[in-house]
Each structure stands twice: as C-alpha cells, then as structure tokens.
Design a protein around this ligand. Sequence first.
Ligand code: 13P
Length: 279
Amino acid sequence: MALVTMKELLDRAEEQGVAVGAFSVGNMEMVMGAVKAAEELETPIILQIAEVRLPHSPLELMGPMMLAAAENAAVDIAVHLDHGLHPETVAKALDIGFTSVMFDGSQLPLEKNIEIVKNIVHLVSDYDATVEAELGVVGGNEGEGKAHEVLCTNPADAVRFCDETGIDALAVAIGNAHGNYPVLPSLRFDVLEEIHKAVRVPLVLHGGTGITAEMFRRCISLGVRKINIATASFDSLAQYAKAYCDNKPEKPNYFELSACEVEGVYQNVKKHIEIFNMK
Ligand code: 13P
C-alpha cells in the first residue's frame, strides 16, 4: 500500500461504482485521524488541503507530513491540493510530491478558465499526477471570505471544458455548497444526470458536509467518484476538543487533547467512508 495518484483511485471507484472520500486536513491530528479510519476500514482515501487553508497550515509543513502519512499507511492514499487558486501554488505542490492538484477557475469566464486549466494540464504532464478542475460555482466559501452564489454547471460547457483542457476529473456545481448548509440542500440531480451522460471524466462533489447519506448515494449512482469533506471534520475535531476541555477545566493535558482531536476526525471520516462504500 502506498502513495498513489488520484486517477488510480478514481478508476477503482468507477470499476466498483462507488466514490472515494477526499478528506481535508489542517494539522497532524487531522492527518492521523483520517488515516486511522481508512486503515481500520481497509479503504483508500484522498488527503487534501485547500490553498485558502495555507496561511493556517503551511504547504511546506503540511505537504511532507501528508505524503509521509500516505507512504506509511496500510492503505492506498492520494495527496491532493484542493482549490488551487494560483498556478504557482499548484507548481509548488507538485514539486513537494503531491499526486493530484485542483485548479479552481470557477470564478473566471469560461474561456479564461479553459486557458489556465490547459496550462495546468500541460504543467502536470511532467509529473505523475492527476488534475481536477471546476465548472459552475459551488456555493458558500472554502475560507472565511464572502459566500459564493450557486451557479449550476452547464452540461454543454462541461463537455467543451473537459475536451479542450484534458482534465482527469470535473468538480460540478449542482446546488452543493461549502460549509454548513443553513437548510437541507436541494441538489439538482437532473443536471448531474445530464453532465454524467455528456462527459467521460469522473465527477467530483464538493461541499459534502451536511449532505445526507441518501443524497450521497444518488450522486454516486450518477457518476460522482470523489466526494470532498472538510467542515464536518473541522467541526468534529473542535467538538471533541471542547468536550475534553469542558470535562477537565482545571488542568487540561496537551497529550490527551491531541488524542481527542485525532478521535474527532477519525469518527467523522469513518462515518463518511462507510457511506461512500469504496473498498
Ligand atoms: P465542506 O466543507 O462543505 O465539507 O466542503 C468540502 C470541500 O468541498 C472542500 O473542497
């Protein structure tokens, strides 16, 4: 078992008709919790970090740790840059050894998005790595900035985007949003079905936090092969840490607190792996 490309895991997910979980991490405890769940369930996963998280969790520190975790795991793991916003960051992740990168040009006009993603695909061809890109606008926000309005992916544009760029995976916008949903999301399965029929590459669902198991399964039946989970893991870690500190207000212990952080992420990742059903 080893560090693998994301494409390898997406191909396996396609064969099995399931999805691979892509879990965002921001510190060592999150990496350990995610890997522990993957090993226990004997399931490959993707460890990822988004560019907006790098001011909190620098790439030079997180990258080598994520790669070391993958190399030493008892399951296959891909290490992915999520929502790369600058080609320089994508290049830096590739140089560190990431086996997958996403460039997010979803806020740009279609022509510009195609132009930059084409360049990214060209850059990545010098590495053994996978490219994900996004079309349409996923709601909410990965970081702390203003929330984006959802704009569903246009299936005809998706065909052109995939054909002209040569990407390996397409992140779609079907009413999904990053962060906690204020109300249960209403996903456009009709749009997803049209995209799935029209494009050949595996589809990626962002904004996994707050989506129900039933909705996940329906997305998987319509071609989603990678599902991103971030907020639910951050929240679970914070809740476990808070419960620990509330129980030990006099003298919290760093080592016990660290173990609680691992446990919080482990529980959340395990729950999602079981739904996504990858083996
Ligand atoms: P959530 O924070 O909603 O789980 O979204 C994760 C994600 O899509 C990361 O790119």
